[in-house]
Write a protein that binds this ligand. Structure first.
Ligand SMILES: [Zn+2]
Length: 287
């Protein structure tokens, strides 16, 4: 599943390509995504100039004229491909997830511009497109979401006060989008390893120093992942020829059985599965 850094990489590629470009046509091959694509969907795009592509958490936000917005969520398996009219056999995927080239099946939505087209591919169809018709509704859409780690509101008083009454493990809160937006399973393990906090420690037992570590390491891990182009599941390049490289930086994620990377620690990284999620950690370094 793409996480915030991967979605940010897609946003950057997409924004560069479609910003201020006029849409010629929209083709919908399958309306039945997580939410059904409404029959008037095309009218928001056709002959309209895209203003820009923004992002909140794992949601792409396409700014359209007349105060309209289109949210795009990639679900479990959604990818966005850019296909130039002239060039063939080139990498089309805007992210490092699944196939670098456009698959033959599951191409549900095509947004066609003059010299290229954008294709949305999603085998499992958990992703969605959603049109929002004014800025108030857009704000309301994300009302119940916690701040992103980069948001100034993700600060010590917010985090410490939130944790004080919570008698559940810290890892599950890092994944809870109502608390903080955009941290997924890969990055939660990495953040807790850097913070030297055991993922199963109860949140209400964290002191202020530990909360500060979580705040700063959340920013650090996500920014580093973005600067490395996100994490690739496989080894391939995106449409601009860049490679996702953060997986080479994983300290604990998918490192079970390997020596802990902390200097002076000879323990092995452990993996535990809790409610279908794998958690990776070092028993000696994370207390
Ligand atoms: Zn260790």
């Amino acid at each position: 599943m793409p996480e915030l850094p991967e979605v940010e990489i897609i946003r950057q590629s997409l924004n560069k390509k479609i910003k201020e470009k006029k849409v010629k046509k929209v083709i919908i091959r399958n309306r039945n995504l997580r939410f059904k694509i409404p029959s008037n969907f095309s009218s928001y795009f056709q002959n309209k100039k895209i203003i820009k592509v923004d992002r909140f958490s794992k949601y792409l936000i396409i700014y359209l004229p007349q105060n309209n917005y289109c949210l795009v969520h990639l679900g479990m398996s959604g990818t966005i491909h850019i296909l130039d009219k002239k060039k063939t056999n080139k990498t089309t995927n805007t992210s490092f997830y699944s196939s670098p080239f456009l698959p033959k099946k599951h191409n549900h939505v095509e947004i066609i511009f003059n010299k290229f087209k954008i294709v949305y591919n999603d085998p499992r169809r958990f992703g969605f497109f959603q049109v929002i018709k004014n800025i108030y509704d857009l704000k309301k859409r994300f009302d119940h979401f916690g701040p992103e780690p980069f948001d100034p509101n993700f600060n010590l008083s917010y985090v410490y006060n939130f944790f004080r009454s919570k008698n559940k493990d810290i890892k599950s809160f890092l994944l809870d989008q109502k608390f903080v937006s955009g941290i997924g399973n890969i990055y939660a393990s990495e953040i807790l390893f850097l913070s030297k906090i055991n993922p199963f420690k109860k949140a209400n037992l964290l002191n202020q120093k530990e909360c500060r570590k979580i705040i700063s390491n959340s920013k650090k891990v996500l920014l580093k992942a973005i600067s490395k182009g996100g994490s690739s599941i496989r080894d391939f390049k995106d449409t601009s020829g860049l490679k996702g490289g953060f997986q080479n930086e994983f300290k604990v994620y998918q490192q079970e059985g390997k020596r802990c990377k902390n200097y002076g620690c000879s323990d092995l990284i452990k993996k535990k599965i809790i409610s279908n999620r794998s958690t990776f950690f070092c028993d000696s370094c994370q207390k």
